[in-house]
Structure formats: C-alpha cells, structure tokens
Design a protein around this ligand. Structure first.
Ligand SMILES: C[S@@+](CC[C@H](N)C(=O)[O-])C[C@H]1O[C@@H](n2cnc3c(N)ncnc32)[C@H](O)[C@@H]1O
Ligand code: SF4
Ligand code: SF4
Length: 291
C-alpha cells in the first residue's frame, strides 16, 4: 500500500473518531489507558460552621443540608461508567467535617477510584473533635487532608504534625495571607461569555451534584443565592451534563472546553480580591455593584 493511501486512511479514521465520541471513548479505553477526567469536587454538606465573606460556594446564605453517603456513592458509580480514571477528587462543602457519616464514604470512594488523588478540604474547626476512626480511615484509604488556614483560633500546624506522625498526606490549601476573590456576578447576564470563560480559573473545578456534572462550582450552588436574595440567575439545560443521559467521556470533556450559558453572568473585568472578613450576608459579596 502506498504511504499516501495509508495517510488518507489514518486521516479518515481520525475524522471518524472525532465525529463519534463513542469511538473515541473506545480508543481511549483500549489503546490509551482509559477515559479520563482531570478533577471533580462535590459537597458532603451544603452548610458551614464558619461564615466567610464572599465564599464562592455561597455557604453563608445556604441552609443546612446533609447529602446521603449512598447517593454520593451512587453518583460516583455512574461517573465510573464514563470515566475510568479521575485525577483529583475533592471532598468539600460547606464544611465536610460536619457530616456525621463522613468516614463511611472513604472505603467505597477509594474502591471506585483506586488511583485518584482524593482530598478532603476543611476549615479545620472540627479537627480537634474528630475521633480515632477518622484519622485511621484517612490513612487506610489514602485520603489527603487539606486545610484552609483562616485567621481563626485553630492550631493548624498541630494537625499537620499529627498527619505526619500518622503517615497521612496533609497540606495547606491556601497561602499564609488569605484573600477572597469577589465573584462580581452580573445579574443581567450581559458579560461576554467567551471572554469570561477564557479568563476563568474555576472552569477546571468540575462539580458533581445530584447525578449532574457541572463545569464549575458556581452553577450548581447558585440556587442558594437566588433564594436568599430573590435573584434570578438562570440555569439552562446547556449548563450541566445529566449523567443519566450523556455517557461519553469524550463528549463531556469537549463540552467542558467551551463556555456555557451561565458564563454570561461572570466577571470579565480585573479580578478583585478582599482581605478575609466575616460575611454580613450582603449581596455585594457576590454580585457586582451597580455602575
Ligand atoms: C468552599 S471551601 C469548602 C471547604 C472548607 N469549608 C474550607 O473552607 O476549607 C473550599 C475552598 O474554597 C476557598 N474559597 C471559597 N471562596 C473563595 C473566594 N471567594 N476566594 C478564594 N477562595 C475561596 C476556601 O477558602 C477553601 O479553601
Ligand atoms: S470558604 Fe469554607 S469555611 Fe468559609 S464559609 Fe465557605 S465553606 Fe465555610
Ligand atoms: S460559569 Fe463559566 S465563567 Fe463562570 S465560573 Fe463557571 S466556567 Fe467560569
């Protein structure tokens, strides 16, 4: 066979793969080590025991809600049918340590994704009260403890030392001087969504909630802001992936490379940071001031 003919065949195979996500998934699975999602995060609870101004999960205005461990495991089983591997899995909230059955999640999650870097992110307030089984489960299932160092009375260094002693991976999620980024959402939705998406640092923080996968954290949690302030940030069908309907890793990763409708609400200007403070539950913590 002539080289030019071979090249044509390869080109048409590549074209076919690009056209059909399922073929691409097949190729990933059988020739490239499996389908892959870089990162996913989820809430164990929606609420928190701290009240940080500008929290980008809108937690200060979020009612108490505990997710069922069974539902989370069931969602991860759905995800596993699509993605053979996930790079990083972040267990979040609100404050995840508020969940009374937190440690029950570790074993099934690790079983589903044996190779992932699984990390729990906490404000540290409850670490002093965590029982022995929490620490031993972190070690047993290789879950890392990441602490956000807030200007509050928590001896964070002590828990880093405890983790070192127990052989648990631990680190600080933030640098020493803590600043919060204001989201400056535009309730009128007049931002250029391509521009917002291109400059966005949150677009890799894919979020799993109720069998739906979102490109970022803002979208699944926006109903809390809407409810508290009587706003109308809209979530459209193009803003999320329903895991019961879309089951191709290639398709999902392609969707995540492009802006979604919700990006029209996001900040396109300079990023604005503020020093850490307690939330007064004021609209301006999340929404852009009128010009
Ligand atoms: C939403 S919190 C959930 C976990 C836990 N409550 C905590 O604070 O560590 C996850 C991370 O997002 C960070 N974060 C939340 N809102 C932020 C903002 N507006 N700017 C910068 N970081 C933010 C928090 O400081 C924390 O490190
Ligand atoms: S940043 Fe973390 S600790 Fe602060 S309010 Fe949000 S969820 Fe709670
Ligand atoms: S909606 Fe778009 S621009 Fe806004 S945070 Fe999510 S990915 Fe970023």
């Amino acid at each position: 066979m002539k080289i030019s003919t071979l090249k044509k065949i390869i080109k048409s195979i590549k074209g076919l793969i690009a056209l059909c996500p399922e073929i691409s998934d097949f190729a990933e699975r059988h020739f490239y080590g499996g389908t892959y999602l870089s990162q996913v995060e989820f809430h164990l609870v929606d609420h928190c025991n701290l009240n940080c101004a500008c929290c980008n999960h809108f937690t200060p205005v979020t009612p108490e809600y505990f997710f069922s461990i069974e539902d989370i495991v069931s969602d991860f089983k759905k995800l596993k049918k699509i993605f053979d591997n996930i790079g990083k899995i972040f267990i979040l909230g609100g404050e995840p340590l508020l969940h009374p059955d937190l440690t029950e999640l570790f074993e099934p999650l690790r079983k589903i994704y044996p190779k992932s870097e699984i990390v729990i992110i906490t404000n540290g307030i409850l670490l002093e009260k965590m029982e022995e089984n929490f620490w031993s489960a972190l070690k047993k299932y290789n879950i890392a403890l990441s602490m956000t160092k807030y200007p509050i009375k928590v001896d964070y260094e002590k828990f880093i030392q405890k983790c070192d002693m127990l052989g648990i991976k631990s680190y600080f999620f933030n640098a020493s001087r803590f600043r919060m980024k204001k989201m400056n959402l535009d309730p009128e939705g007049k931002s250029d969504k391509n521009c917002a998406f291109n400059k966005c640092h949150e677009k890799k923080c894919h979020f799993l909630r109720d069998s739906k996968l979102y490109v970022c954290t803002a979208i699944p949690n926006i109903p809390f802001l809407n409810r508290h302030f009587g706003l109308n940030f809209e979530i459209t069908k193009r803003d999320y992936i329903d895991l019961d309907k879309i089951k191709s890793a290639t398709r999902i990763n392609a969707i995540f490379k492009l802006p979604v409708d919700f990006c029209r609400y996001c900040n396109v200007g300079e990023d604005e940071f503020v020093d850490y403070s307690v939330s007064k539950k004021e609209l301006g913590e999340w929404v852009r001031a009128e010009k």
